[in-house]
Structures are given as structure tokens and as C-alpha cells.
Design a protein around this ligand. Structure first.
Ligand SMILES: [Zn+2]
Ligand SMILES: [Zn+2]
Length: 246
């Protein structure tokens, strides 16, 4: 059953969830969700962000594009971020990505749904695509953390999931391990439209899901592929946004 690797991986997890009480990934309190309501209230909160790149802006600039997006508009049109990539929530991103704590993904999806529905004037995409991993990294990790978030996010927003719209055709180094000035080059040519996906993209509003947005170059490169294929609009939906280095 190579077409559906999740089927056999997901049932033992569901069984474990049913048998064991869940502990909050931040404070360890027993509960039913991956993060308890108290920690969610304490650490996740809306703040004014650029509607295009989701970088934090001052309260007077809320709803306006930041200077960087005005000076050099990216290929994507909008970005929703649930939180800054900062302690302690950055630890959740690392646990999902490197610790296989997949139970965090549905929680992140619910938080992202609230952020998307709460973003003033945000148009919801018509289909959701996770940022694809390269074949080698996918084989090493066994799952794509962006797909793990995109799947429940599509379900709670009622948006169709299109997990194979794009392919990562070049294995790139993790952006976090690259000097900021070299990040755009690192992802150049990294993505391509999947064969036959053009029809699904042309004239459509594509949502791109990722766990964390750092420089934005990865999402810019992917959005450029969708725009070249005729996408009407591209909106990024990311759990955490790395604030710019001041
Ligand atoms: Zn907690
Ligand atoms: Zn911006």
C-alpha cells in the first residue's frame, strides 16, 4: 500500500491517544489537547502584522504592507502567522519537525484556523498545499511536518487539500543553516509544479502551509511557481514567523 503510508502509521497513534492521557507539551499539565488552554492563552496571541509577509508592525501600521514588501513585492499576496518563532513556541515547531510529536499538528491547525479567521479582510484560499519536502528528507524523517499541519487545517477550514501540487526538485540545505544573505540562492529552482497540476492551479487562490517562515525566500520561490502556472492569488499560512533581526 505505498500510496497511503499514513494509514498504517496513524492508527497506532490514535489508539495511543485514546489510551493515554495527553500532557501539555509546554507545561506538562494533563489534559485532552497537545497544549493546555492556559499555555495557549499565555503564549499565542494576535499582534499587528504586515498582511503580505506577516512580519510584526507597529499598531499604527496594522493592515498596511511593510516597507520591505512595498520595496520588493514577493510572489505571494498574503501571509497568516499564528505566532512569532520565539520561546517557548519555537520548541513546539522543533518537537513536530525533529521529535515526531505529530499530535502537535492538529493543535497548530486549530490555532492557525483561529488566526486565519481572525485576520481582518483575509480571503481564504480555495485549496491548500503544504511546502513539499525533497524525497531524501522525506525518507529520513518519515513525514512532512507541513502536510501534518495542512491536513487538519484543511478539515477545520473546509478547504480541499492538494498535497502534491508542487514538488521539491532540488534538495536544499535547511534555510536555518544558511547565512541570511545566501538564502534566496539556496532555494532558487528548488520547486516545480507537479505534472498535471497546472489545471488545478490556473485562476485559483492557492494556500501554502508551512510550520515556520524564516526569511520568506522558500515561500516566495514556491509562490513564484504557482503564479507562473497562472494562480490568481497565493496566501501563506504558517504557524510561526521568525521576526526580522533588528
Ligand atoms: Zn500548558
Ligand atoms: Zn511585509
Amino acid at each position: 500500500m505505498p500510496a497511503c503510508p499514513h494509514r498504517w502509521r496513524s492508527w497506532p497513534r490514535a489508539l495511543l491517544r485514546a489510551l493515554l492521557p495527553s500532557a501539555c507539551a509546554l507545561c506538562g499539565a494533563a489534559g485532552t489537547d497537545a497544549v493546555c488552554a492556559g499555555c495557549e492563552r499565555a503564549y499565542v496571541g494576535a499582534r499587528p502584522r504586515c498582511p503580505c509577509c506577516a512580519n510584526p508592525v507597529g499598531p499604527l501600521d496594522a493592515g498596511r504592507r511593510c516597507g520591505a514588501c512595498l520595496a520588493a513585492p514577493p510572489a505571494f499576496d498574503a501571509t497568516v502567522a499564528a505566532c512569532d518563532y520565539a520561546a517557548p513556541l519555537d520548541g513546539l515547531v522543533l518537537q513536530l519537525k525533529f521529535g515526531a510529536r505529530l499530535a502537535l499538528a492538529p493543535w497548530m491547525a486549530r490555532v492557525l484556523r483561529d488566526s486565519a479567521l481572525g485576520a481582518p479582510g483575509l480571503a481564504l484560499p480555495e485549496l491548500l498545499c503544504p511546502v513539499p519536502l525533497g524525497a531524501r528528507r522525506l525518507a529520513e524523517r518519515g513525514y512532512n511536518q507541513a502536510l501534518e499541519v495542512a491536513r487538519p487545517l484543511g478539515a477545520v477550514l473546509g478547504i480541499a487539500l492538494a498535497p502534491r501540487l508542487a514538488l521539491r526538485v532540488l534538495e536544499t540545505q535547511a534555510q536555518s543553516g544558511i547565512a541570511p544573505g545566501a538564502r534566496r540562492n539556496n532555494v532558487r529552482g528548488a520547486f516545480a509544479l507537479a505534472p498535471g497540476a497546472c489545471e488545478r492551479v490556473r485562476g485559483r487562490h492557492v494556500g501554502v502551509v508551512d510550520d515556520v517562515m524564516t526569511s520568506g525566500h522558500t515561500l516566495d520561490a514556491l509562490a513564484a511557481v504557482f503564479k507562473k502556472a497562472g494562480a490568481a492569488r497565493v496566501t501563506n499560512i504558517v504557524f510561526a514567523r521568525t521576526p526580522p533581526h533588528a
